[in-house]
Design a binder for this molecule. Structure first.
Ligand code: HEM
Length: 495
């Protein structure tokens, strides 16, 4: 019996050892990928490649890619090869090269390389995930939804929501310091729920409305959902084999049902409203029509793309003005030049634009851009040919903190974006909304929202930092957008 037991143990250990040796040998071979192509690369570690700190939750994915950018730049590389586990990824460092990928040779890089499957998962057929011709057609259809004329139509909805934000700050600030992010998230849910889904979410009154519940659920995935998300990016074969969905089924069903109800209600009752949903519904009637699932997918992505980005930019804005009182005073002076905030007065808020631009430089919420090579690509002025499907990673955070383009990058200085200085910025050194044909479609709407909310808050309140805020900020390694670990607590005084 003892002999049998020993032999089983020996066999198990041998199989295990062979497996380990096999994995190590394969990794070592895979890690020669960039060397074989003559591309400089950063030393990977088995089995993580170059993303160990991200996998072990020491740094956020944004910080890890910025670290790669800095390391490559220090060695004066124009481009660098990295590995996400064993997946080779290409990171351009030189801005001319970045320009080629994002604009000049865009037809080689039309896709982000993320998974989507509209039949299996209708909401994945959204503008952010789509690639190739489908993306192009959808982008052409949606572009008119974001013209300045359409923004003007949505102005009143955003003002209404900002009044509710003011009311809640009015009550809450009397109780002590406020955790500003929570209220900004509620505000964003109200705005996008209203503009993209045509709903009065009443987030401030009813914190557990269904809309809020599913929105929160989407941004707080379970461990299993995180693993699935991870497979989508790094181990596509597993993702495809198990036909995994990227959006949780209950969330998907809720958003689809909500859109269906809204469309049916408006059509049955002949109701129209000045919002994104109306534009999408109008498309359903045209020749180049959208199906109800396509409408839902776009409304869904407007919500997802706008939620974390907007609330984090606003939070960093208020943090920086709380830390820099003279900037806050100057901003307030500008806002107070207008008795009332109107759509036209927003254009006059020039200094506010500088402040927001600097916030977006220092804390770009989407800190890296993804592209995938859709056909073999000869990298200009080199012998390198990038193979079809090679993932491309551009570190916005790294570029925005590069002292060559922004001296003293950690300093918060809105003067970098004065009219005069803005003209001197190196092309492609500032890309908080991305660049090229896949540039953020919601840019105008984001500025509309930010200017209205900031103007309303600064007109009525003075913000200073409360010592419950842990400074310097440490980024949350679990978050895909630039989000701090702890909360930002502000003392608020009525003016
Ligand atoms: C401050 C707020 C925002 C920031 C910083 C931001 C940033 C970005 C960035 C960096 C991209 C990728 C661009 C690229 O790959 O070149 C993007 C794409 C996108 N954004 Fe935004 N965004 C913001 C707000 C919004 C809002 C409010 C909406 C919708 C109402 C929106 C909708 C989208 C969509 C649909 C895409 C995909 C565009 C495409 O692939 O054609 N974003 N955004």
């Amino acid at each position: 019996m003892r002999l049998f037991y020993d032999s089983v143990c020996l066999n198990v250990i041998s199989i295990f050892a062979v497996l380990i040796i096999g994995i190590v040998t394969y990794c070592k071979w895979a890690y020669k990928y960039w060397e074989r192509l003559g591309v400089p690369y950063l030393d990977p570690s088995i089995p993580f490649g170059n993303i160990k700190e991200f996998i072990l939750l020491k740094l956020s994915v944004a910080e890890v890619s910025a670290k790669h950018y800095i390391a490559a730049k220090a060695k004066q590389y124009k481009h660098v090869g990295i590995f996400g586990f064993i997946r080779p990824e290409y990171m351009p460092i030189d801005l001319e090269l970045i320009k080629c990928i994002l604009t000049k040779d865009f037809n080689y890089f039309t896709d982000r390389g993320y998974h989507y499957n509209e039949e299996n998962e209708p909401l994945s057929g959204n503008l952010f995930l789509l690639g190739g011709n489908k993306w192009k057609k959808t982008r052409t259809k949606l572009t008119p939804t974001f013209t300045s004329g359409k923004m003007k139509m949505m102005f009143n909805i955003v003002v209404e929501c900002s009044q509710k934000l003011k009311q809640v700050i009015e009550t809450e600030h009397k109780q002590g310091p406020i955790n500003i992010k929570k209220f900004l998230e509620q505000f964003t849910t109200d705005v996008i729920g209203s503009c993209a889904f045509g709903l009065n979410c009443n987030t401030f009154d009813e914190s557990e409305s269904d809309f809020c519940k599913y929105a929160k659920r989407l941004f707080l995935p379970t461990t299993f959902e995180k693993i699935k998300g991870f497979c989508t990016v790094y181990i596509k074969s597993i993702h495809k084999f198990f036909n995994m969905k990227i959006i949780p089924t209950d969330v998907s069903e809720f958003f689809l049902k909500t859109v269906r109800n809204t469309v049916e209600y408006r059509q049955a009752n002949n109701v129209t409203r000045n919002d994104f949903m109306q534009n999408l519904i109008d498309f359903m009637k045209t020749e180049s029509s959208l199906t109800i699932e396509e409408v839902a997918a776009q409304a869904f992505v407007f919500f997802v793309a706008g939620f974390e980005t907007f609330s984090s930019v606003m939070m960093y804005c208020l943090l920086e003005v709380a830390l820099n009182q003279e900037i806050q005073d100057k901003l307030r002076e500008e806002v107070n030049r207008y008795e009332q905030i109107t759509y036209d007065s927003l254009n006059g808020l020039v200094y506010m634009r500088q402040v927001v631009d600097e916030v977006l430089r220092k804390y770009p919420p989407i800190a890296f851009l993804n592209r995938a090579c859709t056909k073999d690509y000869q990298v200009p002025n080199t012998k390198l040919v990038l193979k079809k499907d090679t993932p491309i990673l551009i570190s916005i955070l790294g570029i925005h903190h590069d002292p060559e383009y922004f001296p003293e990058p950690e300093k918060f200085d809105p003067e970098r974006f004065s009219l005069e200085n803005k003209e001197r910025l190196t092309q492609f050194s500032y890309m908080p909304f991305g660049e090229g044909p896949r540039l953020c479609i919601g840019l105008r709407f984001a500025f509309l929202q930010m200017k209205i909310a900031l103007a309303m808050l600064l007109k009525n309140y003075k913000f200073s930092i409360n010592n419950k805020t842990q400074l310097p900020l440490k980024m949350n390694p679990k978050s895909f957008v630039m989000s701090p670990m702890g909360s930002i607590w502000l003392d608020v005084k009525k003016i």
